[in-house]
Write a protein that binds this ligand. Structure first.
Ligand code: AMP
Ligand code: MG
Length: 487
C-alpha cells in the first residue's frame, strides 16, 4: 500500500515532446471535495483506500496540488465526428497528469477531466459538470465489473465553481485511468497534417509500449492493427450483448487499446430496442444501438486509412475483413451463455434473433429477462416470463424451441443452471434513471446515493441484500430520459 505522495511517475507520452502535447497546469476548483471514490481503482495504483478521505486527495484531484514528478499535458488529436473530419481536436478540458506505474509494473495514465482551458478548448470552457462526471465515473466502473473492457475511474471531485450549461451548474473533475489515452484520432491527426516523422514516432510508441508482442511478428504494424480489430470486435460484441449504447462513437472517442472510452450521453437499454438512440443530437441515428456494429468497422477503416504509410492497403483490407466474423463469433458466444447454453448449434443465431424481435415488439426489459430466465428450470422460467410478451403465440413458439434446445444441450440441475446463468446475466445495470436519482441527490450535496449505486454496480452479478430497488424496471418518469449532451 502506498500513500498519495509515494506514487511513482514515468511520463512516457510527455517525453514525446511538444508536437504531441502541450504543458498546461490544471485550473483549481473552488472548495474541492470528494464525491465518490473507487477502491478497486485505488488498488490499481496500490493506494490505501483511506487516502481518499484526506483533504490532500481532493486537492490533488481538484487541481490545487500536483506531485513534483507529474507533467500535466494536453494531447493533440483530430478525428471523424459524425462521419465528417475535424482536423483539429485535442484535450479541450482534460489533462494527462502523468503516467504512474504500480508494483506489478503496470503503467496507468492519470487523466484529469474538467481541469480547465487548454490550447484545444475551442469554444468550450475547459470544465466538466458534476452530472456528467458522475455518469462517466459510474459507467467506467460498472462496465469493468460487467467484464466489458473500459477506461477506469478513480474518483469524482465536486466543487462550488459555477459552470454554465443550459443552466448554472457546478464544476467537477473525474480522474480517469487507462494504460493509454491514445485514440484513433491521434493517428489521423499526424496522417492528415502530413507529419511523417511524428506519425512514425507515435506508431512506434504505441507498438512498443502497448503491443510489444506484435514486435515479434514479421510485420509488426500489421499485427498491431489486427489486434486492434480483434479487440474492437470483442468490445462491441460485449456492448451489444449487454445493451450498452455508447452514443458518440467518433474516432476521437475510440481508444487505440480497444477499451470503452470518452462517455457522452451513453445508456444501457431498459426495454430492448435495436433502434435506440441515446444521443438526442444524433438525428440520423448514426450511433443507434444496432448501428454500433457497422460503425465499429467504419471507425476501424478510418484508422486503417491513417495507417497506410506503415501497412499495405491489401493487408489493411484483409485485417478489416476479420472484424465482422469475429464480432459475430463473440456476440453469439456470449448470447448462448446468456441463454444458458454450453454447446453450439447452427440455428442458435436464429434463436437469439427471434427472441430479440419478440422482446422489441413487447418492450421487454433486456436485463431482467435474462436474469429471470436463469432463476429456475427453462420450462418454469418461460411460463413465468410469458406474461411480459404481447405476441403470446410468437413467444410460445419461441419457448418450445428454446426448451428443446436446452434439453439437447445436456442435463444439468436447476442449481447449476442458475449459477451458470447468473454468472453472465447481471441483476444490476446502470439504468439512466438510477444515475439520475444519484445525480439529483449529489447536486443537493448528498453523495450517499452515488456511493451506494457505485457499490451495487461493482458486483452486478451478485444478488445483494436490501438492494431490490436497484434491480427494477424504471418507473414511468425514468423511461426514455433525455440526457443532456452538454457535459
Ligand atoms: P467530446 O464529444 O466530448 O468527445 O468532445 C469533442 C471535443 O470537444 C474534444 O476535443 C473535447 O476536448 C472538446 N470539449 C468538449 N467539451 C469541452 C469543454 N467544456 N471545454 C473545452 N473543450 C471541450
Ligand atoms: Mg471525446
Amino acid at each position: 500500500m502506498k500513500a498519495l505522495d509515494e506514487l511513482t511517475f514515468d511520463n512516457r507520452f510527455a517525453r514525446l515532446g511538444d508536437a504531441f502535447s502541450t504543458h498546461v497546469l490544471p485550473e483549481p476548483l473552488d472548495e474541492p471535495r470528494l464525491v465518490v471514490v473507487s477502491n478497486a481503482a485505488m488498488a490499481l495504483l496500490d493506494l490505501d483506500p483511506a487516502a481518499a478521505e484526506t483533504p490532500v486527495f481532493a486537492e490533488l484531484f481538484g487541481g490545487h496540488k500536483l506531485w513534483a514528478q507529474a507533467q500535466p499535458r494536453a494531447m493533440v488529436y483530430s478525428g471523424h465526428q459524425f462521419g465528417g473530419y475535424s482536423p483539429q481536436l485535442g484535450d479541450g478540458r482534460g489533462l494527462l497528469l502523468g503516467e504512474v506505474y504500480n508494483e506489478a509494473g503496470e503503467h496507468w495514465d492519470l487523466h484529469l477531466k474538467g481541469a480547465g482551458l487548454t490550447p484545444y478548448s475551442r469554444m468550450g470552457d475547459g470544465r466538466a459538470v458534476l452530472r456528467s462526471s458522475i455518469r462517466e465515473f459510474l459507467a467506467c466502473e460498472a462496465l469493468h465489473a460487467l467484464g466489458i473492457p473500459s477506461s477506469r475511474a478513480l474518483c469524482v471531485i465536486g466543487s462550488d465553481t459555477p459552470v454554465w450549461r443550459e443552466k448554472q451548474e457546478r464544476g467537477a473533475m473525474v480522474l480517469r485511468l487507462a494504460h493509454s489515452h491514445v485514440r484513433f484520432g491521434h493517428f489521423e491527426y499526424f496522417y492528415y497534417t502530413k507529419k511523417p516523422e511524428q506519425h512514425k514516432e507515435l506508431a512506434e510508441h504505441v507498438l512498443s509500449l502497448h503491443y510489444p508482442e506484435c514486435m515479434e511478428q514479421p510485420e509488426p504494424y500489421l499485427a498491431m492493427f489486427r489486434e486492434i480489430v480483434e479487440r474492437n470486435a470483442e468490445m462491441i460484441a460485449k456492448w451489444q450483448a449487454y445493451g450498452f449504447c455508447h452514443g458518440v462513437m467518433n474516432t476521437d472517442n475510440m481508444s487505440i487499446l480497444g477499451i470503452t472510452f470518452d462517455f457522452g450521453p451513453f445508456a444501457f437499454l431498459d426495454d430492448f430496442d435495436a433502434h435506440f438512440i441515446c444521443n438526442h443530437s444524433d438525428h440520423e441515428g448514426r450511433y443507434s444501438f444496432s448501428n454500433q456494429v457497422p460503425i465499429g468497422q467504419w471507425n476501424l477503416s478510418a484508422l486503417a486509412q491513417a495507417l497506410t504509410p506503415f501497412i499495405s492497403v491489401d493487408a489493411l483490407k484483409e485485417a478489416l475483413g476479420l472484424y465482422l466474423p469475429l464480432y459475430q463469433a463473440h456476440y453469439l458466444d456470449l448470447m448462448r451463455r446468456r441463454l444458458g447454453l454450453t454447446t453450439a448449434e447452427d440455428d442458435d443465431q436464429k434463436l437469439v434473433e427471434q427472441l430479440l424481435k419478440l422482446m422489441q415488439n413487447s418492450g421487454v426489459d433486456y436485463t431482467l429477462f435474462f436474469r429471470r430466465l436463469g432463476d429456475e428450470s427453462a420450462a418454469l422460467a418461460v411460463t413465468r416470463l410469458r406474461d411480459d410478451f404481447v405476441d403470446l403465440a410468437g413467444f410460445d413458439a419461441w419457448a418450445e424451441q428454446y426448451k428443446a434446445r436446452v434439453e439437447r444441450d445436456g442435463e444439468c440441475s436447476e442449481a447449476q443452471r442458475r449459477e451458470r446463468m447468473h454468472a453472465v446475466n447481471p441483476l444490476y445495470i446502470l439504468r439512466n434513471y438510477l444515475a439520475q436519482n444519484a445525480i439529483a441527490a449529489a447536486e443537493s450535496g448528498d453523495y450517499s446515493e452515488v456511493r451506494r449505486l457505485h457499490e451495487v454496480l461493482s458486483k452486478p452479478f451478485e444478488e445483494q441484500l436490501g438492494m431490490e430497488q436497484y434491480a427494477q424496471r424504471p418507473p414511468d418518469w425514468g423511461k426514455h430520459l433525455e440526457i443532456s449532451c452538454s457535459s
